[in-house]
Write a protein that binds this ligand. Structure first.
Ligand code: FAD
Ligand code: DHB
Length: 394
């Protein structure tokens, strides 16, 4: 088999890239290790920036999102037992974010791909990438016991943090920067109305908590937990009890609890790969970088990588110009490091660290107090949260 681009991974990055290439008349095949149901079962991101909404509109998958997504113009910071609103729109000249789950974005992209009759090979085992240091790369995989090879012009590694693409690059050609945090996030999804109409990010001496949502009837909550905790140790009652302990009296009063429909623990990590291009192989999304989830940058960064990559591959395949692919890595990394910095900073401000002591808690509270009372401070939070413009720094 032959195609122009083989995309490894059918998460949001791979599916979005496939859709943007298809719109421009570039052929691509997607190889995915898991089944469609497995991919849809992973509960992850929930907050989309305007630049992500624009890319999804360009891909033609914004109809349901515009109908069902919830527009948010602010969020609350909770510390020392009191909540303070960050007015995102007021501080950024009217910008907003949208609450629309990654599962729904993925579903919309899958439906669009199916409707266009495009090839996605699910449950592809033993995916291997070959000859990406040349202009005739190929990708092999096995399915139902048979090995197949697809030759192509370019390979897009959209296969997440544990994927095969980054791992196939010779160690001497790649530099990795990493920080692992000494705690995880325990997440619960429940069919209960959200505790508040906007999100609440809570700094408490007992640890961080986040009250998020997926719709007016579905809530998503997170608690900072030790890395040694196992999800089986956390009954629903224990989760709700601990969440209540980290909230302010009004939120505690308003919290509606119910049976969890998903419960999982995610580790927190900052990670960046440099560069993101190796000959005819390009990494995008979680395959190239991870942010700790505080501030919701992961999926949004993946969407901008894919925007830059699709522009570059279209230029290369249609106009036969290599200018875009030559700049891909540098363009992405400038934006990535800005979001990495913000996510690391917001994580450091909001979580309880094992060695911070009472004085560390006081420092965090004093910084939060400064941020909410200084317009410059609040604006710094707001402009990073809604997402810096694509041309920032140019
Ligand atoms: P993935 O979603 O990891 O997709 C990669 C795909 O590649 C997977 O389907 C995988 O099965 C497949 N694959 C892997 N290896 C192979 C192989 N060898 N062969 C074939 N296929 C392979 N981001 C935000 O922007 N906002 C948020 O609010 C937010 N909240 C989050 C909350 C949590 C708890 C977590 C864990 C993450 C959150 N994120 C958030 C981050 C966001 O979910 C990720 O950045 C996003 O999933 C990245 O998409 P991706 O397609 O690059 O990678
Ligand atoms: C969600 C996750 C985040 O990391 C965040 O900052 C906001 C919302 C969520 O899953 O809803």
């Amino acid at each position: 088999m032959r195609t122009q681009v083989v995309i490894v991974g059918a998460g949001p990055s791979g599916l979005l890239l496939g859709q943007l290439l298809h719109k421009a008349g570039v052929d691509a095949v997607i190889l995915e290790r898991q089944s469609p149901d497995y991919v849809l079962g992973r509960i992850r991101a929930g907050v989309l920036e305007q630049v992500t909404l624009d890319v999804l509109a360009q891909a033609g998958v914004d109809q349901r999102m515009n109908k069902e997504g919830l527009v948010h113009t602010g969020f609350d910071l909770l510390f020392k037992g009191e909540r303070h609103r960050i007015d995102l729109s007021g501080l950024t000249g009217g910008q907003k974010v949208m609450v629309y789950g990654q599962t729904e974005v993925t579903r919309d992209l899958m439906d669009a791909r199916q409707a266009a009759g495009l090839t996605t090979i699910y449950e592809a085992d033993d995916v291997q990438i070959h000859d990406f240091d040349s202009d005739h790369p190929s990708v092999s995989y096995s399915k139902n016991g048979k090995t197949q090879t697809i030759s192509c012009d370019f390979i897009a590694g959209c296969d997440g943090f544990h994927g095969v693409c980054r791992a196939s690059v010779p160690r001497k050609s790649i530099q990795e920067f990493e920080k692992v945090y000494p705690f995880g996030w325990l997440g619960v999804l429940s069919d209960t109305p959200p505790v508040h109409e906007e999100l609440i990010y809570a700094n408490s001496p007992r640890g961080f908590a986040l009250c998020s949502q997926r719709s007016l009837t579905r809530s998503r909550y997170y608690l900072q937990v030790p890395l040694t905790d196992k999800v089986e140790q956390w009954s629903d009652d224990a989760f709700w009890g601990e969440l209540r302990n980290r909230l302010d009296p009004e939120a505690r009063e308003n919290l509606v609890t119910g049976t969890s429909i998903e419960k999982s623990i995610a580790p927190l990590r900052s990670f960046v790969t440099e560069p993101m291009r190796f000959g005819t192989l390009f990494l995008a999304g979680d395959a190239a970088h991870i942010v700790p989830p505080t501030g919701a940058k992961g999926l949004n960064l993946a969407a901008t990588d894919v925007k830059y990559l699709s522009d570059a591959l279209i230029e290369a395949c249609v106009e036969k110009s290599h200018a875009g692919i030559d700049h891909y890595s540098t363009r992405c990394l400038a934006r990535i490091w800005r979001a990495e910095r913000f996510s690391w900073w917001f994580t450091s401000l909001m979580h309880r660290f094992p060695d911070q002591g009472e004085i560390g808690q006081k420092f965090q509270e004093a910084e939060l107090d400064y941020l909410i009372h200084s317009e410059a401070g609040s604006r710094t939070v707001a402009e990073n949260y809604v997402g810096l413009p694509l041309n920032f720094g140019e």
